[in-house]
Design a protein around this ligand. Structure first.
Ligand code: SF4
Ligand code: SF4
Length: 339
């Protein structure tokens, strides 16, 4: 493990950004988002979670995936990938870091998604332990430890010091370039800091979310529960919960006619939208109740059944904080299981 005095953090950011583009949480228009580092941009050290998650770096909201040029009857395919430019993301929280495992399961399984894969290879993720988890957080319900975040490098920000632990080859390689400013230490200093985080996290109001009903009950029974007839009411179908969610990964692929060329792009989609997965014969889920049920059946039942028990939620609390109608995965999971 290595450490650096906290008052030298801007020096660390300068150095990282000189190696490759650095992104970190910064305040913009009153909200905290990941921003490109530059002089004058302050790291939002006190902010817990960005409004949108770190998935944007690997699965952006909109991306060009190909372009075609048409000359008479000849069609030429143009590649549109951005390539593999290395970049660093600093300040990813344990929940968002855990979401990458879920996204990897989807995008890196055969057939591999090359756009996602290239970004995952190019990006180095530096996670930061959550000094003060929020009341809307419940990552511990999924076995995630906010005091021991995964990533290429893990960082702990205590009073006075930044502690730095590389965890992967990518993390070690980056650290090699910083040995003159990061001094070696044994890491014993962060133990009590980690214990405090764990104590707070385990006492949070949503931390005791119990999903045993969902694990042990047949999906047809859950699907047919009369509770769905009630709990979807109020859902506006705005899709906000899906857009802020680090584990949602549905997208649409569309063409845009630019005149001489046609661009094929993909953009996030939402199972909460009335035109989601609409096909020639119509929409398979015609009511908001069906769409609402699909979102939670997928996260809590279908995805785990197809991915070795992995629930498609990391307890980041964004849907708890964002839904204009006060609906969220915790309320839904509890109401359906009558917990
Ligand atoms: S659950 Fe809330 S955030 Fe999600 S679509 Fe419905 S109203 Fe919007
Ligand atoms: S469902 Fe809600 S709490 Fe779970 S990962 Fe998505 S936004 Fe976060």
């Amino acid at each position: 493990m290595r450490k650096l005095s906290s008052d030298r953090m801007s020096e660390l950011f300068e150095r990282l950004d000189s190696l490759c583009p650095l992104y970190l949480p910064g305040e913009k228009d009153g909200a905290v988002s990941f921003v490109r580092y530059e002089q004058g941009v302050d790291y939002a050290v006190g902010a817990l979670n960005t409004v949108r998650s770190a998935k944007d770096f690997f699965f952006p909201q909109v991306e060009n995936i190909a372009a075609f040029r048409m000359t008479g009857k000849k069609i030429e395919i143009l590649e549109n990938q951005n390539g593999n430019e290395p970049f660093v993301v600093f300040g990813v929280r344990a929940c968002d870091a855990a979401s990458f495992s879920l996204l990897d399961q989807v995008f890196l399984s055969e057939p591999v998604d090359p756009y996602y894969r290239d970004r995952r290879e190019a990006g180095t993720v530096i996670t930061v332990a959550c000094g003060e988890p929020d009341t809307s957080c419940f990552c511990t319900a999924f076995g995630i430890d906010p005091a021991e975040p995964k990533g290429d490098i893990s960082v702990w920000l205590t009073d006075g010091f930044l502690y730095w632990q590389p965890r992967t080859d990518k993390g070690e390689n980056l650290t090699e370039n910083l040995t003159d400013i990061l001094e070696e230490c044994d890491g014993g200093e962060i133990k009590s800091y980690q214990d405090t985080i764990k104590t707070i996290a385990n006492q949070l109001p949503l931390a005791n979310l119990n999903l045993s009903y969902w694990e042990n009950t047949d999906e047809k029974e859950i699907f047919a529960s009369p509770v769905w007839d009630e709990i979807y009411k109020g859902c506006l179908g705005c899709g906000l919960c899906t857009f802020v969610c680090p584990t949602c990964q549905c997208y649409d692929v569309r063409d845009f006619d630019c005149g001489e060329t046609v661009r094929k792009f993909r953009c996030w989609d939402s199972c909460m939208y009335s035109d989601f997965t609409r096909m020639a014969h119509g929409n398979p889920r015609k009511t908001q109740k069906e769409r609402f049920r699909q979102r939670f059946m997928h996260k809590l039942k279908y995805f785990p059944e197809n991915n070795g028990g992995l629930v498609s939620c990391v307890g980041c609390g964004r849907c708890v904080r964002s839904c204009p109608q006060g609906l969220n995965i915790v309320k839904t999971a509890r109401r359906v299981s009558d917990d």
